[in-house]
Design a protein around this ligand. Structure first.
Ligand SMILES: [Zn+2]
Ligand SMILES: [Zn+2]
Length: 281
């Protein structure tokens, strides 16, 4: 099939489960035309899932340069980072992230602040998310959802990224807590406000296929593909792979669903430039 690309993948520099080289070798083996690695950028504090610090980021870039020399004659290779938006001090638009020699940047929100100022990860297993909402986020699911999309909109307003990572990642966890929440009018209104804002800002989104085979969800939800088409928001389809064997997981299905929704093309990097490419058979 065509459109064999992926620009969202994690390596053992962060929470990926294999060395960078294993992902690139697998992309070559599967005949990908281009491939990008995007470890979680360092935060102001250590976590188990991000690159530790700026020194490690330097080593990450060095390792990419080594692999590009080794494999670059067989595949177009790109280096990015998935950068968390937390606040003014930690966001993709910061001088530090802008000054790094990256090919692209992903802007994502995984963390919310509790009313007590604690940092709460919303991108967890549903059982953990439910406990976080109860213990740290005031137990009010609607408020958590609105805070999440408002945070994303602040990130989008500030810019500094190439595309928005998993645009409604919270949807699966909130629907595990309250099964009919995604169909409630206030939720639909917020989604509509959010994607309209994305379109106004001219931002690109990814369709993230990481959990499609596990829980049936794409991020953004396929229910929103019609709205995305109407608004003309550009789309890149990524697997967010943490294992080399998953670099194309869910992507063919997502591409078919996009095409069926009237979105006939996706964006890919070609010779370093984001290019609109028709979805093939
Ligand atoms: Zn992410
Ligand atoms: Zn990711």
């Amino acid at each position: 099939m065509n459109n064999l690309t992926n620009y969202h993948s994690h390596t053992s520099f962060c929470d990926g489960k294999a060395p960078m080289e294993a992902f690139i070798a697998e992309a070559v083996r599967q005949g990908f035309t281009s491939y990008g690695v995007s470890s979680h950028a360092p935060l102001p504090f250590r976590t188990r899932w991000t690159i530790d610090d700026r020194e490690q980021t330097g080593l990450y870039l060095q390792e990419f340069a080594r692999l590009k020399r080794l494999y670059g004659d067989r595949i177009e290779l790109y280096v990015g980072l998935e950068i968390d938006y937390m606040d003014e001090d930690q966001q993709p638009a910061n001088d530090y992230f802008q000054s790094l020699p990256l090919d692209y940047r992903i802007g994502s929100v995984h963390l919310l602040h509790s009313t007590q100022g604690e940092i709460v990860d919303i991108d967890t297993r549903p059982e953990v998310f439910r406990e976080h909402v109860r213990l740290h986020l005031g137990g009010d699911l609607k408020r958590v959802v609105l805070a999440y999309f408002d945070k994303l909109m602040r990130m989008i307003g500030r810019g500094g990224f190439d595309f928005i990572g998993h645009a409604d990642k919270i949807s699966y966890n909130v629907s595990c807590c309250e099964p009919d929440i995604l169909g409630q009018q206030w939720y639909k209104d917020k989604i509509s406000e959010y994607f309209t804002f994305i379109a106004e800002k001219g931002a690109m989104i990814e369709v993230n296929t990481k959990t499609l085979h596990r829980n049936g969800f794409l991020y953004p939800n396929k229910e929103h593909f019609g709205l995305i088409r109407t608004l003309g928001i550009p789309v890149v389809v990524n697997s967010d792979a943490h294992l080399p064997e998953l670099i194309n997981s869910g992507r063919p299905e997502a591409l078919r669903l996009l095409k069926a929704s009237g979105i006939g093309a996706v964006w890919q990097l070609e010779r370093g430039v984001w290019t609109e490419v028709p979805i093939g058979e």
